[in-house]
Every structure is written in structure tokens, then in C-alpha cells.
Ligand binder design. Structure first.
Ligand code: CU
Length: 405
């Protein structure tokens, strides 16, 4: 049966690619379960042992985190309360078609059905216990590589599930910052799944919350998660974007476009206009907003038109002193960055990737609507546009033809 063949072969190929050269998952799993990894690291570093880092998962309270569709972020404390926790999260993989713009469709493999997948939030030394579910309605095998985790290909070795399977694994969040996660089943499947939107981010906050590097804590009134995604939709001879009946059917021609390194679309949150109009991000005058921005595949350069990055952790490094008062910042492909901004003026701000070709022509732009009272001192129009009446006397300059000959 044709359908059955096309369903089983890519899964088998992924298994082969994935398993070749891999370390025994069983050995690694046993080491993590026994709590050996942090103990050894602490002993070897000679550093003072952080008491909060010393707990093992079985000693800690378990909580479930309700994941939400980006740009929203899960409810969370900015400063950790009490001991670390074991945070249970569940990600269901959906293979489906989405509309990028004006009827142009693309197949995605999406964690919890959204591009990007949901933001996970925890504090340093918390454990994330993640259940990955691959429903039997899917055609492909999937896994998850979390850049916040340590070992076993970021969890990729322990989490490969075929359609109809689920898996649960746990890791300790030892590093602070914003990090991406993505599917990485092996070989050509890895870049294909990543550009099918199969990526998201996790924010590991310092237990004491964010700080400016001078001992002052930084807090936010709200947070948004922007996931930037490059898509490579094939075109027919007349330039029309192609649509495919199945995810497998879209693979070869999509890979051909991917090899050109020229995206057909670069969008925030899964579609052109996903963060504009009714879906705009919002803030009130004086509110401080944390923007988390991920790009699993290509470098990007977030910018708030009309605003700034007051404090910016380029590529998400909360352990570093944040850069201040940036106009544009840099998020390296394969990472997530964070920027804090307090809105001082109402109105419409445009949040873009400041390669403006990528923003305006390819789609990577969103809006932030800010309510409040305008401050004339910060900006005012001194006179409205009118006929030119100011005269600036200039000595005429003769341009010789031969200069241009
Ligand atoms: Cu996948």
C-alpha cells in the first residue's frame, strides 16, 4: 500500500541516522537518575557548593506547568520561592498544514500545534520532566533537543518517538538564560523538522530573578515570546507557491529550496501578521515588558521601531551583565535572546527583524500597541507639513559634463 510505505520508510531512516554513533541511552539515563552528574561537577570545580543545586529530583515538590500558545508565556514567579521543583510539562506533536499568507500553505511539525512551540519557564536547579507525545495520526518520528539541558544530545537520544509512542525524560536546569529546543531526529530530518517550525524556547531564570549586573534587580510587568521562523515553500513554473497533500509529499521539493538558503517567508509566530492587528502585543505606558525572541536556524536582529532594548541579554545569557540601551540586538541562529524595555510613550510600535527586507518583504514584523498619554517633552511635531517657506541660500554649483563622462 502506497500510504503505508511512505509512512514507514522515513521513520526507519530517522532511526538509522539517529542510532548510528550514539552512546547507550541506558548508561546515561542511569547516571542522571543516580544524581551523579551534578555531584561530580561540584566536586571537581572546587567551588562553594550551591545548596539549591544539591537536591535530587525525588526530594522535591512536583508541579505541572500549563503551557500556552505564544506570544503568551506561562504564569510564573520571577523570583523563585523555596526549594527547586520538578516541573512536569507535556508536548504533543502535531503534523499539520498552516497558512503562511494569502492562501500559501506549509506543512509544519509543531510542538503543541504552534510555531514556535510553547515557552517553558523555570528557575535554575529546577528539574523539567517532559513528556513528548507523537500521536499515531502523525507520519514522522520526532524527538527533542533542549539547549538548556546537558548530555545525550540535549535529550535527543532519550526521546525519539515513532507515531503512536510517547516518552518521558527529565533534566536539571543547571544553566540560566533563554535557550531554544528543537526536534533533531538525525540526518536531513533535523534541518527539515526545524524549518517545519518544530522548535520553541525555555527560559531558565536565576533563582533571585533578573539583575542589571550592578546588584539591582530587574522585574517585568509582562512577557512575550516571539518565535521567528524561516520557511522554504517551493514554487511552480509560474511562480505560484505549491501546496502538498501530505507532509511526506512536501519533503523533497522543500529540501531543494532549503539548499538555496533563501527562505520564501520569514515570519513571527507561524504566519505573516500573526502579531499584528487584533493579535498585536500590548502594553501600558510605564510598563516594562520582557521580549524573548528565538530563531532556531538563522541569525536575526530584533529591533523595536520607536523604542529600545533597555537591558538586553544577547543570545539569552542571563549570567552575563546585560547590554544597555541598544537600538538593535543580535540573536544567533540556534538560540533565544531576551530584552527588557519600559514603554515611555504611547502608540504603535513595530517589532521587527531589522533586516528590513526580511521584516517587510518576507514577513518578520509584529506590532505592540501601547496605551497612555503622549509626552510632548519626549517628542513633538514642531510644525505640520506645509509648503516650503524656509530659504537656505546656497552658492550655485556648476557641474561639468566631463566629470560624468
Ligand atoms: Cu520532528
Amino acid at each position: 500500500m502506497e500510504g503505508k510505505t511512505s509512512k514507514s520508510s522515513p521513520v526507519n531512516e530517522q532511526r538509522r541516522n539517529f542510532i548510528s554513533g550514539s552512546i547507550s541511552a541506558g548508561v546515561l539515563g542511569a547516571g542522571i537518575a543516580a544524581g551523579l552528574v551534578p555531584t561530580l561537577a561540584q566536586a571537581q570545580s572546587g567551588k562553594k557548593v550551591d545548596r539549591m543545586a544539591s537536591y535530587t529530583a525525588d526530594q522535591l515538590e512536583r508541579v505541572k506547568q500549563v503551557l500556552v500558545v505564544p506570544p503568551m508565556v506561562p504564569a510564573h514567579d520571577q523570583v523563585a520561592k523555596g526549594k527547586p521543583k520538578v516541573i512536569e510539562v507535556r508536548l504533543d506533536v502535531e503534523e499539520k498544514q498552516i497558512e503562511l499568507e494569502n492562501g500559501t500553505k506549509a506543512w509544519v511539525s509543531a510542538f503543541n500545534g504552534s510555531v514556535p512551540g510553547p515557552l517553558i519557564v523555570c528557575h535554575q536547579h529546577d528539574y523539567i520532566e517532559l513528556t513528548l507525545v507523537n500521536p499515531d495520526t502523525n507520519m514522522l518520528a520526532h524527538n527533542i533537543d533542549l539547549h538548556a539541558s546537558t548530555g545525550a544530545l540535549g535529550g535527543g537520544e532519550l526521546t525519539l518517538v515513532s507515531p503512536g509512542e510517547e516518552v518521558t525524560f527529565r533534566f536539571k536546569a543547571t544553566k540560566i538564560g533563554t535557550f531554544i529546543y528543537h526536534c533533531a531526529p538525525g540526518g536531513i530530518m533535523t534541518p527539515w523538522h526545524v524549518v517545519m517550525g518544530m522548535n520553541g524556547a525555555i527560559m531558565v531564570l536565576p533563582r533571585e530573578g533578573l539583575s542589571d549586573g550592578d546588584g539591582n534587580s530587574l522585574t517585568y510587568d509582562k512577557a512575550y515570546y516571539i518565535g521567528e521562523q524561516d520557511f522554504y515553500v517551493p514554487q511552480d513554473e509560474s511562480g505560484q507557491y505549491r501546496a502538498y497533500d501530505t507532509v511526506i509529499g512536501s519533503m523533497n521539493e522543500t529540501l531543494d529550496v532549503m539548499k538555496t538558503l533563501t527562505p520564501s517567508h520569514i515570519v513571527f509566530n507561524g504566519a505573516v501578521g500573526a502579531l499584528t492587528g487584533e493579535n498585536s502585543m500590548t502594553a501600558k505606558l510605564g510598563e516594562t515588558v520582557l521580549f524573548i525572541h528565538s530563531q532556531a536556524n538563522r541569525d536575526t536582529r530584533p529591533h523595536i521601531i520607536g523604542g529600545h532594548g533597555d537591558y538586553v541579554w544577547n543570545s539569552g545569557s542571563f549570567g552575563d551583565r546585560p547590554a544597555r540601551d541598544l537600538e538593535t540586538w543580535h540573536v544567533a541562529g540556534g538560540s533565544a535572546g531576551a530584552a527588557l524595555y519600559t514603554f515611555m510613550q504611547p502608540g504603535l510600535y513595530v517589532y521587527v527583524n531589522h533586516n528590513l527586507i526580511e521584516a517587510i518583504i518576507k514577513g518578520a514584523a509584529g506590532h505592540i500597541k501601547v496605551d497612555g498619554e503622549w509626552n510632548d517633552d519626549l517628542m513633538t511635531q514642531v510644525s505640520k507639513p506645509s509648503i516650503i517657506v524656509t530659504i537656505q541660500l546656497k552658492k550655485p554649483v556648476k557641474v561639468l559634463d566631463r566629470v560624468f563622462a
